[in-house]
Design a protein around this ligand. Sequence first.
Ligand SMILES: Nc1ncnc2c1ncn2[C@@H]1O[C@H](COP(=O)(O)OP(=O)(O)OP(=O)(O)O)[C@@H](O)[C@H]1O
Length: 440
Amino acid sequence: MQLIASDTDQGLARMLDGYSDPAILVSANYEILATNERYRETFGEIEVDRGAHCYEVSHGYRVPCDQAGESCPLLACKSSGAKERVLHIHSTPRGKEHVDVEMLPIRGDDGELKYFVEILKPVSIASAEFSTQQMVGRSPAFNHLVDMINLVASRDTSVLLMGESGTGKELAAKAIHQASPRHKHLMVTVECAGLTETLFESELFGHVKGAFTGAVSNKPGLLENAEGGILFLDEIGDVPLGMQVKLLRLIETGSYRAVGSTQLKRAQFRLICATHKNLKEQVACGAFREDLYYRINAFPIVLPPLRERCEDVGIIAKSILGKLSPDENYRLTDSGIKLLSGCHFAGNVRELRNVLERATIFAHSNIIDVNILARCLLDAAPLQAVDQAGQWPDLKTQQARYLNDLLEHCQGDKSLVAKIAGISLRSLYRKLGLLEKERR
Ligand SMILES: Nc1ncnc2c1ncn2[C@@H]1O[C@H](COP(=O)(O)OP(=O)(O)OP(=O)(O)O)[C@@H](O)[C@H]1O
């Protein structure tokens, strides 16, 4: 135990060492009074002798978290008088990390809230810094996603991952697998899109020799590989209706038959499904069974589109470059990151990845700048095509916004703007001239 403030209740401070997770004792004015050994091992010694505030040490803020635009668990704890938790990004000796923060209130003899025990569990399923292995991000939308994954991973609950194409549903499924008690067993992915009912059934359940033309020997199904582990059904919305009944039976009874066999087999697995479709709408129009929908949807997690976490684009882009060419040490310029952060990637992280892959082909050195990126942004449109109110602006307003945004991104470089916009420089000057006239 490291005791910082001398007037701290010593017994209370010593209690921290009973926690196997990093823990600190905090006063009602956010002062850190004591830390346990596990905390110091994980987050380092607190250098300031006296008056070190939790918001300074964990975030480098000069004011409490709630005044810096974040949720403050201590404040929440003060108002509820009960245990509170939140997922925060903390500064650590290793850089920024996601941390699951739990705050417990302790009352003095007079019944007033006097101390707070803060337990800080580092979350390893995602990275807030460059990483080629994990999901990367630090925006509020991404942190919420990490929080959801972190909460459900240790359970055996079925998870439904929903989100547009390329938002990272498969990566999220892998993160759940790695953080789950089943991580020593396999996660078997079944790509449901484009499979006919027959093919789906024999892939999943296996078949016996002679079950159909071409079944020359017994073949085990993917379910056998998933035994004890995780079955990940990607694009569950594309499973043919006939197969949905068999899937439902499998989930409800844990048993199935290989194609052509009468023998009942048992399967033991955790289910994770993913879809880019709106399954509720699919249910309403009769394309997806309602009973199956409720079976797979025990814990829904929505993956936010990239345009709702623009702050993450830079760190994701750097991580993707590290993954694409580990030896090249590609560097993105700040204006390049700014350009990418302002784009509407309909294909989300996958489209960003494609843009970066093209950029590595065009780059003459390991520097990827705004000019190279502009050549590679084939489909990505600048953000804000749709109004805040969800209304489509008229074409003129839309064009004006587009050109203004682009000019800003390209730091006034009109040749570059013309190139990205796919118009001649003359035509750009004409349009800008018209805009100017209208403004006056
Ligand atoms: N947060 C992230 N950080 C780093 N890379 C990411 C992140 N999210 C997605 N990616 C990368 O983006 C690509 C697409 O991700 P993934 O395949 O998981 O998306 P998906 O939602 O399953 O797509 P689809 O619906 O088309 O199958 C992958 O290369 C993945 O590694």
